[in-house]
Design a binder for this molecule. Structure first.
Ligand code: CTP
Length: 398
């Protein structure tokens, strides 16, 4: 189940502090407790009262002290109850001081006195980001075990364009739980397909299905959180792409997905085929929009077989560890067991279409050479974490 944590959020001076208001809200929505500590400069961008209202806790600001515990040692007390300390936004100045071990204000004291892990989301002008001293500080912080959320690229508050923007609050809220997730897939490269394929009939019409892509994106997040480098190949999806992927590749038809997979598969350790791939494409698809015939004769759509991507990957001489999915409407386990054997794959996840497709919840049974492992009905997020746990166990047994 999703773990609830106490997150200490440090805010240093920068216009990106406004994004941290939303970050507090999203982390609280995930069920975490959030305490906020602000530098003096940060209080000039957003009022401590705003963070107090959002977090539900008094905010410790550099402008006054002694609010956390009666011993006047707020910088010690705050980090002792926190599971993780996240500084977002982290200014170049704050990062430089922490890299050098300087503790001359609230945030740098908290960083120096902490016992919990520290992560930082840098936010600064593009020239400041690439400044050699800043890059040296970032490398130093990473070598000291501090996690850095890479800044995004785009238009900056100063009017310039480039790398240095703090990631959006939704992205940080997505990535922060990775900090306490055990790295059971560390060093592994995982390729995942997700969503529905779309086989064109003409430029505006096609054959597709109701897969939303949620199970595949949940698995991409779970593999990323477990320390894997993840490539996500997606067809039609009705959900947001997860941040922190090595590569996101859009491939709409089964043929395009086949090419995208085979182009990348040779460097991968694990292949998870979650996509709902059309077994047939339209042989007589039209490059022009089909017109209704004058005598109302319906057009004839001819089908041709698509490649079976999973079976083709499993048959490679250097095949990665393959996981398939089986979405069935009836005789779920019987069909799923047969599919695993037919495609020669070590692990297959069976689910029933009426529960799984288009929903944020799922109830799956994992099938492997050792038998069937039914999981309870739960969110796709939790289902994905359980699948990754099972995968890691099988990899260790192999
Ligand atoms: N799959 C694939 N290529 C295809 C069809 C399916 O790689 N052309 C993969 C899916 O991503 C899934 C597994 O094979 O991991 C099973 O897909 P599913 O559609 O349930 O089964 P099919 O093999 O297509 O068999 P059927 O349609 O008869 O149920």
């Amino acid at each position: 189940m999703t773990t609830k944590k106490h997150i200490l959020l440090g805010i240093s001076g920068g216009i990106a502090a406004y994004k941290s208001c939303e970050l507090v809200r999203l982390l609280k929505k995930q069920g975490h407790e959030v305490s906020v500590a602000m530098s003096r400069a940060a209080t000039e961008f957003v009022s401590p009262l705003t963070f107090q209202a959002l977090s539900g806790h008094p905010v410790l600001a550099d402008t006054h002290s002694g609010e956390s515990g009666g011993n006047g040692m707020a910088h010690i007390n705050l980090t002792r109850t926190a599971d993780v300390f996240v500084i977002a936004p982290a200014s170049a100045n704050t990062l430089a001081k922490i890299a050098g071990g300087i503790a001359d204000n609230l945030l740098t004291n908290l960083a120096a006195a902490r016992k919990c892990p520290l992560a930082a989301a840098p936010a600064m002008n593009v020239e400041m980001w690439f400044n050699p001293a800043n890059q040296r500080n970032i490398a130093r912080l990473q070598a000291d075990g501090i996690s850095i959320f890479p800044p995004a690229s785009g238009e900056q508050a100063c009017g310039e364009t480039g790398v240095g923007r703090m990631p959006e609050a939704a992205e940080l809220a997505d990535l922060i739980p990775d900090l306490w997730t055990p790295k059971i897939l560390a060093g592994k490269k995982v390729l995942i397909t997700t969503g529905a394929t779309f086989e064109a009939i003409d430029p505006v019409r096609g054959i597709t299905n109701i897969s939303s892509g949620q199970m595949g994106t949940a698995l991409a997040r779970a593999c990323r959180a477990a320390g894997a480098e993840v490539t996500l190949i997606y067809g039609q999806i009705q959900t947001a792409l997860p941040p922190g992927m090595a590569e996101n590749v859009h491939a709409l038809s089964a043929q395009a997905m086949h090419e995208a997979v085979h182009h990348r598969i040779h460097t991968q350790d694990i292949f998870i085929s979650v996509a709902a791939i059309a077994d047939y494409k339209v042989r007589n698809s039209s490059t022009q929009k089909l017109k209704k015939s004058a005598d109302s004769t319906p057009p004839v759509i001819e089908l041709a077989e698509n490649p079976d991507i999973l079976a083709s990957v499993a048959a490679l001489p250097d095949a990665p560890f393959c996981i398939g999915f089986a979405a069935e409407s009836h005789n779920v386990l019987e069909h799923a067991r047969a599919k695993r054997l037919k495609k020669s794959i070590p692990m297959l996840v069976a689910n029933e279409v009426s529960i799984a497709m288009g929903s944020s919840r799922n109830q799956v049974t994992i099938i492997d050479a050792y038998g069937d492992t039914p999981l309870p009905e739960m969110s796709k997020h939790d289902t994905a974490a359980a699948i990754v746990q099972h995968l890691s166990t099988l990899l260790h047994q192999a």
